[in-house]
Design a protein around this ligand. Structure first.
Ligand SMILES: [Zn+2]
Ligand SMILES: [Zn+2]
Length: 349
């Protein structure tokens, strides 16, 4: 076994603390990664606090993992020691169902295996990236260009692919008018991608203080969602709206901004069900949809796209000792736009 150390939640009500555990010895298809950076995703907080139910403790969160390959099993072909590599939200799936065969492992009919807080196919509990080393099957390890700034790459593995995938699926690009609702970890990546894909992008935000930043990140227009006149001007003009807000909110104002056959995609996962304004859905014909992360091939495609177009996340790098404080700040949206843990801080204690 490989000794690992990290930070874990021991229960849903206590702060994260240092934790020592073991990783499996690498099998023939496994890649061992020395973790250098791990992003802090809002879902880490949901799961640490057992807000979705079924959390397993102790829990080592983290599914935006970047590091350097230190060893590979003898059947591994895509990666070698010294390569920069990443692990995202999942570490396994059945590989046999229709979804897996289409490269949509996140929608595996038998359920994908989460990077942390899940039971893998061996029956072992998975531990995530708030730690110094991870052993993962090659199929779920991504090659990352050394050109990209490592800490700023980490959030691409969850926030990046969660926004890239729906933009690609609904064919956002030149000639399309696209709205992005919310300017946080997800929203700022959606904005960067939509802009890069050539769309006319309108950023919706509740705070006028974010206007300048949204323009810098690629918005063509910024609309304050609490300004009824500004909102009314956008009526029935969008092809696509990406709603990244995780707090409970009313989607009707955004729905009424879609043109005929426009689509509103929700990726923010509010806790309670969202009310559907049926009249606004029917006249004119409009769609509401959801989307979850991305499959393995699309995640690699997104990382390659980012290397080609020099896209990374805007991050605030923290030592792991500040993780509990960082959680509180994420809940207050007080971060621009993603915290990333520098795992060198783990070795310092
Ligand atoms: Zn995430
Ligand atoms: Zn499957």
């Amino acid at each position: 076994m490989i000794n690992a150390s990290g930070y874990a939640a021991y229960s849903s009500t206590t702060a994260l603390k240092p934790y020592s555990f073991e990783r499996r010895d690498p099998g023939p298809k496994d890649v061992v990664i020395d973790i250098e950076y791990c992003g802090v995703c809002h879902s880490d907080i949901h799961q640490v606090r057992d807000e979705w139910g079924g959390s397993i403790f102790p829990m080592v969160p983290g599914h935006e993992i970047v590091g350097t390959v230190s060893a590979v099993g003898k059947e591994v072909t895509r990666l070698k020691p010294g390569d920069t590599a990443g692990v995202g939200v999942m570490v396994d799936s059945c590989r046999e169902c229709a979804s897996c065969k289409r490269g949509l492992e996140q929608y595996c009919e038998k359920g994908m295996v989460g990077t942390y807080g899940a039971k893998d196919r061996r029956g072992d509990i998975t531990y995530g990236g708030y730690s110094d080393v991870i052993v993962t099957d090659e199929h779920f390890v991504y090659a990352i260009s050394p050109k990209l700034n490592k800490p700023a790459v980490a959030p691409l593995l969850c926030a990046g692919i969660t926004t890239y995938s729906p933009l690609k699926h609904w064919e956002v690009g030149r000639g399309r008018k696209v709205g992005v609702v919310g300017l946080g970890g997800l929203g700022h990546m959606g904005l960067k991608f939509a802009h890069s894909l050539g769309a006319h992008v309108v950023q919706f935000t509740t705070s006028s203080s974010k206007t300048k930043d949204a323009m810098r990140l690629g918005a063509d227009e910024v609309v304050l969602s609490n300004d009824p006149d500004a909102m009314a001007k956008q009526k029935a003009s969008f092809d696509f709206i990406l709603d990244t807000v995780s707090a409970q909110h009313d989607i009707s104002p955004y729905l009424s901004m879609l043109k005929l056959d426009g689509t509103l995609v929700m990726v923010g996962l509010p806790e309670k069900p969202v009310a559907l304004p049926s009249m606004a859905m029917c006249v004119p014909r409009r769609s509401i949809a959801g989307s979850g992360i991305g499959g393995v091939p699309e995640t690699q495609e997104m990382l390659d796209y980012c290397a080609e177009h020099n896209i990374v996340s805007d991050v605030e790098v923290i030592p792991i000792q500040q993780i509990n404080e960082a959680f509180e700040r994420v809940l207050k949206s007080d971060v621009k736009y993603r915290f990333v843990i520098d795992m060198a801080s783990l070795r310092e204690q």
